[in-house]
Design a protein around this ligand. Structure first.
Ligand SMILES: [Zn+2]
Length: 315
């Protein structure tokens, strides 16, 4: 008999990157060094594919373009298993590290590569580190220009890259200077006046499963899907360890032995869909939930600096 908690459909997403793609590590590996490192992403992603197949769950896999270029069959296996393929950028660089032009090249290039490999349109994006903030809201303009229909980068709560304060704690739309797209933010829960992510990354590994389950129920009762995300490396306790300050070491390596069982429990007790399938079924319901970023997005790094105030202005 099914143990599934309720009928709500939640989002199941994977950020496909390798163990050395941890962001902003001082003295970490350079892009030039990546080629010489042991790759563990295919085996770990295959293990997730097996878990999802066993549970009959469909997911969205946001794939780093650099990985896709080297693991072409992996992208094909993901698509052949019926999952959606999205972009996690080509170079796995935070948005703050881009200009408008370099982001356009990255998003356009990764999308084209992934579409060629999976033979289907690629419509979704997740920024490395969820790094779209009000200061980089111009990224939405680029996303629309590059043909993306939805984003799943915003964190309306505590985030190492700043997060995006927003009145919406579930799926909504974003209106930017070049058009509109859907937004599937990460799931957060209110704790002592702050919103804490609970459904992915270090939080998913750290929080006991019953806590995560309670948070999902809370979101589902509020009419919101949980946005669960996992990295292939998070089910790999044998991965090489990078030199990190102790706080980040804890964040990246806590709970590696228990995460696969936690994912299995999530799959057993909840219903999941890919982002594309969720939007096809529920997209119309979020039409009037619009976050308008046009004003902040106008301040792009390509824009000229503001002119000095007119000397006559204060007279
Ligand atoms: Zn990532």
């Amino acid at each position: 008999m099914s143990q599934r908690a309720n009928g709500a459909i939640n989002l199941l997403t994977v950020d496909v990157e390798d163990w050395f793609h941890i962001l902003e590590v001082e003295g970490g590996y350079t892009r030039a060094q990546w080629n010489g490192l042991e790759s563990r992403v295919a085996a770990n992603t295959d293990a997730l594919l097996q878990e999802f197949a066993d549970a009959g769950a469909t997911a969205t896999f946001f794939v780093v373009g650099w990985i896709a270029a080297r693991q072409r069959d992996l992208v094909r296996r993901i698509a052949a298993a019926g999952h959606e393929v999205g972009s996690h950028s080509y170079w796995h660089e935070v948005i703050q590290g881009h200009t408008r032009e370099s982001l356009a090249a990255d998003l356009g290039g990764s999308r084209k590569l992934l579409e060629d490999l999976c033979g289907r349109p690629v419509r979704g994006f997740r920024a490395p580190g969820g790094s779209i903030t009000p200061a980089t809201a111009w990224a939405f303009d680029v996303l629309v220009e590059q043909g993306y229909a939805y984003d799943s980068s915003l964190c309306p709560g505590v985030s190492s890259h700043g997060g995006y304060p927003s009145p919406f704690h579930g799926p909504h739309r974003v209106r930017c200077n070049t058009g509109e797209l859907a937004e599937l933010p990460s799931s957060t829960v209110a704790v002592a006046g702050r919103r804490i992510p609970y459904a992915g990354g270090g939080y998913l590994r750290l929080f006991p499963y019953p806590v995560i389950r309670s948070c999902i129920r809370l979101d589902n009762r509020g009419g919101r899907p949980a946005n669960v995300y996992v990295h292939p490396r998070e089910i790999d306790p044998e991965q090489p360890r990078m030199e990190l300050p102790w706080k980040r070491r804890f964040k990246y390596y806590v709970g590696l032995r228990s995460t696969r069982a936690k994912v299995r429990a999530l799959l057993r007790e909840h219903r999941f869909a890919s982002a594309a399938d969720w939007l096809a079924a529920h997209g119309a319901e979020i039409a009037d939930r619009v976050l308008d970023v046009r004003e902040v997005a106008a301040r792009s790094p390509a824009a000229p600096p503001d002119p000095p105030p007119s000397p006559s202005a204060d007279r």
